[in-house]
Ligand binder design. Structure first.
Ligand SMILES: Nc1nc2c(ncn2[C@@H]2O[C@H](COP(=O)(O)OP(=O)(O)O)[C@@H](O)[C@H]2O)c(=O)[nH]1
Ligand SMILES: [Mg+2]
Length: 225
């Protein structure tokens, strides 16, 4: 079997390859474009896997999508403004993961907005300018990098689109569903499943458990065979 690891820059593609190989065969780094060429390796079970350089859309139209990519480090740091990205991240984390933010920065009450959060972070991390005024850029830098380093906790910047209602299994294969779609299109129905579902932000993210090292090793073993 042959597989390709593909995705936007800086999301852990090469790390996945190294985990599966159980040794460092691919260079990893916290910035885009560390992997310059495709790299083919063979796992112990004979499976061939290719790691690839990150892919980007030629044009990112939706602003929140661009912000999420910047927050994740998929866009070079030289092309982004940390304060803008930090404020975006702060707002997102406060809304979706308030308990992680409170725990990480030892806050008793939830800051009223992203700027208030950056001020608290700046005070706690000594990101201060003359006169003890918080340097918001530095505080944003702290928040963005702590998120990327994973120390804020397991955070997902997007969630899968809503699926079929729970407990309802149509049992249909992808092929038969797309055949259904074709039939509906032919019948002029508007009820056609979207080709690319927008990965929105549901109001309540499912709490995620951080995979333990033993979980990761077990999964890697299963893959390696
Ligand atoms: N927080 C977190 N960081 C990760 C994870 N996997 C990889 N990284 C880090 O993300 C950065 C990019 O990883 P890399 O494998 O080079 O990503 P690639 O550009 O998709 O190949 C590196 O600093 C990795 O150490 C993960 O599961 N969680
Ligand atoms: Mg890579």
């Amino acid at each position: 079997m042959r597989a390709l690891i593909a995705g936007v820059p800086n999301v852990g593609k090469s790390t996945l390859l190294n985990t599966l190989m159980n040794r460092n065969v691919a260079k990893v780094g916290d910035k885009p474009a560390v992997t310059k060429d495709q790299q083919l390796v063979t796992l112990a079970n004979g499976m061939q896997i290719t790691d690839s350089p990150g892919l980007m859309w030629p044009k990112i139209e939706e602003e929140s999508r661009a912000f999420r990519l910047a927050l994740a480090g998929s866009i070079p740091d030289t092309a982004i403004d940390y304060l803008t990205i930090g404020l975006f991240g702060g707002r997102f984390f406060l809304e979706k993961y308030p308990e992680l933010v409170l725990a990480r920065y030892k806050l008793e009450v939830k800051p009223r907005d992203a700027e208030a959060l950056l001020i608290e972070i700046g005070r706690r991390r000594g990101a201060l300018r003359k006169g003890g005024i918080v340097d918001l850029h530095k505080a944003a830098d702290v928040l963005v990098h702590e998120f990327r380093d994973g120390v804020l906790g397991p955070i997902s910047l997007e969630f899968p689109p809503p699926a079929e209602p729970r407990g309802v299994r149509t049992g249909k294969s992808i092929e038969s569903r797309s055949a259904d779609d074709k039939r509906r299109r032919a019948a002029g129905s508007r009820e056609v499943a979207p080709v690319e579902a927008d990965v929105g932000m549901p109001s309540e993210p499912e709490p995620m458990r951080r995979p333990s090292d033993s979980d990761r090793q077990r999964r890697a073993r299963e893959w390696r065979g």
